[in-house]
Design a protein around this ligand. Structure first.
Ligand code: HEM
Length: 490
């Protein structure tokens, strides 16, 4: 097999070994590296051939080589694939922001995301098709609209508190029995998206929905792999039949929601109404039922799973760091006392936000994103063809040793306003960057802040001894073996 691998710096050379050649945020001096936060050893060289394929299928963040954590670019060219890994913030900005029009989503991402999110949805559409869908959905994500969701989110967070209290009551060991936090966060964020974006009308069976979505995400990894190998989509893979059934289940649920809404309009306009009534300014057309369906899939799936993942890792990090946990509780009590979190509290929950941002640095819910150029072009020193996948390995970027001081340490104060000065714009990007930046970023931060504040004030969180959670990349950063935590009522 004709294999070439090159990795190199596209930053200017070091002036001296001690001074990094890019601006980074200031964090407290020398901190010990936290071994718990090292989920695996990156391969010293890019994997190629069968080992690369197996690792990609198993857990694609394990394929990011050492150089992705140390250097600006890594090129991996084999007879089968040509890929450029990009961890240079200036080049990332060039691709995602400055020359965004020159790129489209790469084929493996397209193929992996299509069954999860729908083929022509906002997330996967390109050009004019994308633009009008983005405009149609935008009003839901305006600041004032988002703030109007806070009471509903606080109510759902309170229901989660009640469920954990109830589980504690029912347990023989009362407050020490571990709970499965990952599943609880999926349930909570799914409830939020249905209540806020679909007027609560969806009536989803949350457990069944979460289970079937998990199955579709399993299949997604195979589809990305097949796309990399340029294999046709129809080739079956292990679990193919089960995945197909799961995908049909999700689609049927979306059809049911659309039919219910068409039969009975909601009392107050929500995202679904906006999508139903949206009209393309250029062509005057409305969304077809197929487009509505794919967009509902996108907003429900992209809109809850990622936030659940962010909250799950956050709660684990907070459970391990009792000092940060007590500071958080102090902040929440100072701002909201024992009452429900309100819209007016959000801006004052500063530490809550920093903790979430730092958790998403270490465990970005979307651990990579990919593009390919529309035509052959040059990116930094690299010549790239329309068949080249240019991948931003966000997981490696956020732990990059030349961009972050003590990258393997949990330090929420990195995100204090002063500390971030001088940080390159695309060094931190859990929500992506440029025109395709996550439309739900502010919604997600608002929601996660309300839920985190409500839960830490109600419970003392403790890790379960001997359990070291392992991140597994399946489109989003899921967990290999769940996330049990002890939740003791305060
Ligand atoms: C912590 C939570 C979230 C994370 C980390 C996250 C991450 C991302 C990322 C990285 C992208 C860009 C992908 C790319 O450029 O290839 C994206 C796009 C998107 N996200 Fe999110 N997301 C989150 C929550 C949400 C929520 C709550 C919603 C909706 C309610 C949402 C809906 C979308 C949509 C529709 C897009 C496509 C935007 C476009 O292409 O114009 N996301 N998200």
């Amino acid at each position: 097999m004709n294999e070439t691998m090159r990795s190199g710096y596209s930053w200017r050379p070091h002036a001296n070994a001690a001074a990094p050649d890019f601006a980074r945020s200031t964090t407290p001096a020398i901190m010990p590296i936290d071994p718990d936060l090292i989920p695996f050893a990156p391969p010293p060289q890019p994997l190629v051939g069968l080992p690369a394929l197996l690792a990609f299928r198993r857990n694609y963040i394990e394929t990011f080589p050492r150089s992705a954590y140390e250097q600006g670019t890594t090129r991996i060219s084999t007879g089968l694939t040509d890929m450029l890994l990009l961890c240079d913030p200036a080049l990332i900005q060039d691709m995602l922001v400055d020359r965004a029009d020159m790129f489209i989503r790469d084929r493996p991402s397209q193929r992996a995301l299509a069954p999860v999110l729908g083929e022509d949805s906002l997330l996967l559409a390109e050009g004019a098709d994308w633009r009008w869908q983005r405009r149609a959905a935008a009003p839901t994500f305006r600041h004032e609209t988002l703030l109007s969701f806070v009471p509903a989110i606080a109510e759902i967070a309170a229901q989660q508190v009640a469920r954990w209290r109830h589980a504690g009551d029912a347990s023989a060991e009362a407050n020490v029995a571990p709970v499965e936090v990952g599943a609880a966060m999926i349930r909570t964020t799914l409830d939020v998206i249905v209540a806020t974006m679909l007027g609560g009308a969806a009536n989803l069976n949350v457990e069944a929905y979460g289970r079937e979505l998990g199955q579709v995400l399993e299949g997604a990894q195979w589809l990305a792999l097949f796309a990399m190998l340029r294999l046709p989509r129809w080739i079956p893979y292990p679990g193919w039949w089960r995945t197909l059934r799961a995908r049909n289940y999700l689609r049927r649920e979306m059809q049911r929601i659309i039919a219910t809404r068409r039969a009975r309009p909601s009392s107050r306009p929500d995202l679904l109404d906006l999508l139903v009534t949206a009209r393309d300014a250029e062509t005057g057309r409305h969304m077809t039922d197929a487009e509505l369906l794919t967009n509902l899939l996108t907003f429900i799936n992209a809109g809850h799973e990622t936030t659940a993942v962010a909250l799950t890792w956050t709660l684990w990090l907070v459970a391990r760091d009792t000092a940060v946990q007590e500071q958080l509780v102090g902040e929440v009590r100072a701002v909201a006392r024992e009452g429900a979190i309100e819209a007016a509290h959000i801006d004052r929950l500063v530490l809550c936000r920093q903790v979430l941002q730092e958790a998403m640095r270490l465990y970005p819910p979307v651990p990579a994103l990919g593009r390919q150029p529309r035509v052959a072009l040059t990116l930094g020193e690299h010549r790239i063809a329309p068949t080249t996948s240019v991948v931003v390995p966000i997981f490696a970027l956020h732990r990059h040793e030349r961009l972050w001081e003590n990258p393997l340490t949990f330090v929420p104060s990195r995100f204090a306003p002063e500390a971030g000065k001088g940080r390159a714009r695309c060094a931190y990007m859990p929500f992506g960057a440029g025109p395709r930046v996550c439309i739900g970023a502010s919604f997600a931060m608002l929601e996660a802040t309300v839920i985190l504040a409500t839960l830490v004030r109600a419970f003392r969180l403790r890790p379960v001894a001997g359990h070291k959670p392992k991140p597994v990349a399946r489109v989003s950063l899921r967990l290999h073996d769940g996330m049990p935590l002890r939740v003791e009522p305060r």
